[in-house]
Design a binder for this molecule. Structure first.
Ligand SMILES: [Zn+2]
Length: 178
């Protein structure tokens, strides 16, 4: 009976800790950082979010941060790596679930960092800048998008594919300190 009680207490402590971690990662707003080491806002064109036409994607639902091939790509926020793999257009990509149920998406990487962490902290190296996927003939860059899993209906507008703006948020608003 006593042993049972101790186990119950232990379990409560573990669940308590997990809830706190989930709360800290997903609910609290966080400070975002530019996902390429040493990059500044001069390394991307702020006008290219929702730029069109943009090939088979129609609109460009992110920004392209240009940097030399091999420059470290870092996590823009604390979170959980939910995908790390190869996609046709994106090439080597990483997706991290983070604050306020937002996903950050990093594409065209040259390589992934050797470690395969599940939990990452803001600024942690996750890979390197490259030209994988459909960026083969373009200068090396990271295509960076922010997707919210909770739809922001008030962001929808009459632009091409404007309904998708409830999911794709403008990275300029997160990476540039106003
Ligand atoms: Zn892009």
């Amino acid at each position: 009976m006593k042993q049972h009680k101790t186990n119950m207490r232990k379990r409560h402590v573990i669940y308590g800790c997990i809830s706190i971690v989930i709360f800290l990662i997903f609910v609290l707003p966080q400070h975002w950082q530019i996902p390429v080491e040493g990059a500044s806002k001069d390394d991307w064109n702020t006008q290219t979010f929702w730029f069109e036409p943009w090939g088979s994607s129609v609109t460009h639902r992110g920004i392209d941060i240009f940097a030399n091939k091999g420059r470290p790509v870092v996590a823009a926020h604390n979170g959980i790596v939910v995908f790390r793999g190869q996609l046709a257009k994106g090439g080597k990509v990483i997706m991290i679930l983070g604050p306020e149920f937002k996903l950050s998406y990093y594409a065209h990487l040259e390589s992934f960092s050797n470690a395969n962490p599940r939990l990452v902290t803001a600024g942690e190296r996750i890979g390197t800048v490259g030209q994988s996927g459909n960026a083969t003939n373009k200068p090396a860059h990271v295509h960076f998008s922010i997707v919210t899993l909770l739809p922001y209906f008030w962001k929808v507008d009459s632009s091409t594919q404007g309904w998708k703006k409830m999911f794709y948020l403008d990275p300029n608003n997160y990476l540039i300190n106003h």
